[in-house]
Write a protein that binds this ligand. Structure first.
Ligand code: PEP
Ligand code: MN
Length: 691
């Protein structure tokens, strides 16, 4: 008997149809991209990456998306993926024997592990855009065994991991490349997404053991700690652990590995995303026997190892040689030398090809200061530079006046101030150099003006998602939101606490915005620091010394707000408390002080900005929202802060201010934010800065 179609099934059918259409369009787009690639390979003068064209594309996508009611931010993310893939795909035309060329080559690639381990998956990524007709993958028990096979000619390449963003460098691989007659010919990055895998039908509550590579177990430490009574067992690799679970058929044992490993070995994913840290990237090196030529238009990277003469300043001289040639180093690491106690060698990655005149000139000089130097290889750079990552967000250049204007730092020349001997750490440095504070990739105190936007309080996940969308659309580099609210009245909304923190973190992750949130109690610092990217000390707690000491021990940067009745000197001494505890990543925030004036919630002390700049090297931002207390006043105060030389703004905004549970009168709307950024741009441009 025919049953009426289930409405859910019908809807899913419609989705499937749309997805197929989507894929067909992607394929059409890729074909057009290939024609462009073919054109570029024949026209050696064509630029490979056209920044203006990319920017225009992002703008077009944003406009189209918004007009269709789709989040411009998410549309931008999709475009970013498509462009990444298109660029890679075009590379096949740039191989020396490409342009519809041979295509008959086969490649045997060795890796350490078993099928579906992260190295194996990355091989797929590396060779997806190389013109090889037949790809053969060979798993080895150890890194050394793979290199042995490469040297012996049994394989053409080895793909080995060199570093992980959580665990650090893989020294054994460095040592192998440094000592064997092999060369680096490529790099690749794989985003590691650990999953808990079990047998079909396995139940969480029946688990007795979890197996994986020790590094993977460590990276999922928090998740494993919560599994009471379950033991962790070290295994030589992640996919190998999955393979063993499948072979033994015991539902009480699970493995930590990739989702692909689950598919490979017939396991199911019991839980996704179990890493302690959201960003977990592994960088791999493709190692060959001979250097491989590649199109000179592709950005190149070169890796070296050297040890310096035992002489004062030798390392500094080496670094200066690179700097003198304008060469950017992307990595510098030191390692003890084998069998030479207390001697070190340095591993350097730099931007440029060994054949570049500037690289040659720098190496010529470096050789004079080293007693051993080996070039490990030049290869196409896969990790985007800071500038390349920023292209899509870059704002259109306005204000022709900008060309002749002086930079902000010069405009806000610090007035001479008497030196306070107690400001040992936060006081201005002898050479006048200012600190740049990194907060999960956002820099305070650099050329870019930082906007941290978000609601006063976290109210719900939905409100936070909408707030993140609002913030992202209006140029925010960070998001704010209070989970713990210090309220003047005990009867006012006190915040959602830790569940609120989770919502803030989730929304921040979804929109790739680092988050800042206030911490009220010393005993909460560690737990708040586990989720938030930056810890805020509120005005009411500026002199809560127990709290200052605790954040001084934390591994997160701190946003320190000026107390409403605190002098500038007291603010700096509070910063000194934090820094003397070991945490030097402090950003100061002027947020208005108590005066006799009642027309505003507080009086914004604009003069605090240049005064602070004359006394401390720390970045200074301004919170016009709490100074004003009224929406209409926020924009003019924000502009004054930027003109006075502030490094950024902390702004309260709400998707629906009328319904805000806290500080609704000062919350900006999307329209207000658009006005704010439009007025800020020319001010910043005149100072040689940007959003
Ligand atoms: C806030 O920024 O959430 C806040 C409470 O501000 P302040 O500590 O400056 O009053
Ligand atoms: Mn507030």
């Amino acid at each position: 008997m025919e049953t009426p179609a289930d409405p859910l099934a019908r809807l899913r059918e419609a989705i499937d149809r749309l997805d197929r259409e989507f894929i067909r369009l992607l394929a059409d787009r890729l074909r057009a991209v290939r024609e462009i690639g073919d054109h570029k390979s024949r026209n050696k003068d064509a630029v490979l990456r056209d920044d203006d064209r990319e920017r225009a594309l992002f703008e077009m996508w944003a406009r189209e998306a918004e007009s269709q009611g789709v989040s411009a931010y998410f549309a931008g993310r999709v475009l970013r993926e498509i462009l990444n893939w298109s660029r890679r795909d075009q590379e096949r035309f740039l191989e020396p024997d490409a342009a519809g060329g041979a295509g008959a080559r086969s490649a045997r690639v060795g890796y350490q592990g078993v099928p579906a381990c992260y190295s194996d998956l990355t091989i797929g990524k590396v060779f997806a855009t190389r013109d090889v007709a037949r790809l053969e993958r060979v798993g080895f028990r150890s890194f050394a065994a793979a290199i042995d096979a490469l040297e012996a000619g049994a394989i053409d390449y080895a793909l080995l991991p060199i570093e992980n963003t959580i665990a650090g460098s893989i020294n054994e691989v460095y040592d192998l490349i440094g000592h064997r007659p092999v060369t680096i010919v490529g790099e690749e990055v794989w985003p590691v997404e650990h999953c808990l895998l079990g047998l079909p039908g396995a139940r969480f509550e029946h688990l007795r053991a979890v197996r994986s590579h020790p590094v993977a177990l460590q990276q999922c430490g928090k998740f494993l700690d919560a599994l009471v009574g379950v033991v962790s067992e070290s295994f030589h690799d992640t996919a190998g652990a999955a393979q063993a679970v499948a072979r033994e058929g015991d539902p009480g044992i699970a493995a930590i590995a990739s989702e692909e490993a689950a598919r490979e070995y017939g396991l199911v994913v019991l839980k996704r995303d179990i890493s302690d840290q959201a960003t977990n990237l592994t960088r791999f090196l493709l190692i060959g026997r001979q250097p491989e030529p590649f199109d000179a238009r592709r950005p190149a990277k070169t890796s070296l190892v050297f040890s310096v003469n035992h002489r004062r300043g030798a390392l500094l001289e080496c670094l200066k040689s690179f700097d003198a040639q304008g060469i950017n180093l992307t990595k510098l690491e030191s390692r003890p030398r084998a069998n030479a106690p207390w001697e070190y060698q340095f591993y350097v990655d730099l931007e440029g090809h060994i054949a570049d005149a500037r690289v040659q000139a720098a190496l010529e000089e470096v050789r004079a200061h080293t007693n051993h130097l080996k070039v490990l290889g030049s290869y196409p750079r896969r990790i985007e530079s800071e500038r390349e990552r920023r292209i899509p967000e870059a704002a259109p250049v306005e204000a022709p006046a900008a060309a002749t204007a002086t930079p902000a730092t010069a405009a806000a020349a610090p007035p001479a101030a008497p030196r306070n001997p107690n400001l040992k750490l936060c006081g201005l440095k002898e050479d006048g150099r200012r600190s740049r504070i990194d907060v999960s990739g956002v820099e305070f105190g650099g050329e870019r003006f930082v906007l941290a936007i978000g609601p006063c309080a976290v109210e719900s996940l939905r409100q936070m998602m909408e707030s993140a969308d609002l913030a992202k659309r209006h140029g925010a580099a960070m998001m704010r939101g209070g989970a713990f609210k210090p309220r003047t009245s005990p009867y006012a909304f006190q915040g959602l606490g830790f569940p609120g923190l989770d919502m803030l973190v989730e929304a921040g992750r979804a929109y790739e915005l680092p988050v800042v949130t206030e911490v009220l109690h010393p005993e909460d610092v560690e737990r708040v620091a586990a989720g938030a990217d930056m810890l805020q000390i509120g005005a009411r707690n500026m002199q809560n010394f127990a709290l200052l000491k605790e954040v001084g021990r934390a591994r997160r940067p701190v946003l320190l707000k000026r107390g409403m009745s605190a002098t500038i000197e007291e603010l700096l001494l509070a910063a000194e408390y934090i820094m003397s505890g070991g945490n030097h990543r402090v950003v100061l925030c002027e947020r208005g002080i108590r005066t006799f004036e009642t027309a505003t919630r507080n009086t914004l002390d604009v003069s605090a900005v240049p005064v602070l700049k004359g006394r401390t090297h720390l970045p200074v931002i301004v919170d016009p929202s709490h100074a004003a207390g009224l929406r209409e006043l926020v924009i003019p105060l924000a502009l004054a802060a930027a003109a006075a030389g502030a490094d950024g703004l902390l702004i309260e905004a709400h998707p629906n201010p009328a319904e805000a549970l806290c500080d609704k009168d000062q919350a900006l709307t999307g329209d207000d934010l658009a006005k704010l950024t439009a007025s800020l741009r020319p001010i910043l441009a005149a100072q040689g800065r940007s959003l």
